[in-house]
Design a protein around this ligand. Structure first.
Ligand SMILES: C[S@@+](CC[C@H](N)C(=O)[O-])C[C@H]1O[C@@H](n2cnc3c(N)ncnc32)[C@H](O)[C@@H]1O
Length: 260
């Protein structure tokens, strides 16, 4: 993404009362219902086309075809057109199919890592890298956030399109796929907010793709507790697609260490 895009587009920190529809939109049970539905659908493809390319979709992996979020991520990062970036390194945390990571290679990043806690997603990202002949520039890694990466490995861009719906802290995942949808107690978000800025190069950006289906005030609160500042870089309001007509605000935050 260009430096110009990193300027905050909305300065004020979100506060105050939630919108009337927020309870329904942010319901973790509804998200888990979608998780189940997207796995069981008879029309779930094994291969899909997006951005003019074909992609493998493995079982148990987040399906970009049922939600606008993967496409929004590509737009946020300015990856839709080849050659828009002149080298550099890119980490896609929580890569799912690895589509965003592969698009980063097409866009010009020359060292890309696609990483996920879901082993099937790692295999899926590796398959898509192979399908597109990107083996020398895209590495798929199994990792719980940064734990499985090379110690001290840093990137110009660290990006996670997160499981932004808040689940109760005592919720236990019933399948690896559910990890794409909800985060119990925002424990993973808390770790990401702490660790992502430590994994960027001195001029790099640690980015989080969140939405107003998540608990935005809670995210700000946690960032504050972790000594982090959230800068809103971009926002796209989009229709939810397959699962209804709700409008959802997708948010791209840069995470920076708070200055005293
Ligand atoms: C909303 S999905 C996004 C998938 C993909 N980036 C896309 O846009 O299609 C969130 C992803 O984060 C992954 N994830 C959740 N917790 C994680 C963790 N602790 N470490 C790494 N990845 C995680 C999930 O497995 C899932 O693939």
């Amino acid at each position: 993404m260009s430096q110009a895009q990193l300027e905050p587009v909305v300065a004020p920190r979100p506060r105050g009362a939630a919108a009337p529809e927020a309870g329904r939109l942010s319901s973790y049970e509804r998200s888990l219902g979608r998780s189940r539905e997207s796995l069981m659908r008879k029309d779930r493809p094994r291969v899909f086309t997006m951005f003019g390319h074909e992609w493998d979709l493995f079982p148990e992996v987040f399906a970009p075809v049922y939600s606008p979020s993967t496409q929004v991520a590509v737009d946020f990062l300015d990856l839709a057109r080849p050659g828009t970036h002149d080298g550099g390194s890119f980490l896609e945390m929580g890569c799912g199919t690895g589509l965003v990571a592969a698009m980063a290679v097409f866009a010009g990043y020359d060292r890309v890592v696609a990483s996920d806690i879901n082993r099937m997603a790692v295999a899926n990202a590796a398959a898509n890298a192979e399908r597109h002949g990107l083996g020398d520039r895209l590495r798929a890694v199994h990792s719980d956030l940064f734990a499985g990466l090379e110690p001290g490995e840093r990137f110009d861009v660290v990006f996670w399109s997160s499981n932004y719906v808040l689940a109760p802290a005592d919720y236990s995942y019933r399948s690896p796929h559910e990890q794409a949808y909800v985060d119990p107690g925002y424990r993973t978000h808390r770790r990401y907010l702490t660790e992502a800025p430590l994994r960027v190069t001195p001029t790099g950006s640690a980015l989080l793709h969140f939405s107003d289906r998540g608990d935005v005030p809670a995210l700000y609160r946690i960032a504050d507790e972790c000594g982090r500042e959230l800068r809103l870089v971009d926002a796209h309001r989009v229709r939810e697609c397959e699962y209804g007509d709700d409008m959802v605000e997708h948010l791209l935050f840069e995470i920076v260490p708070r200055t005293a």
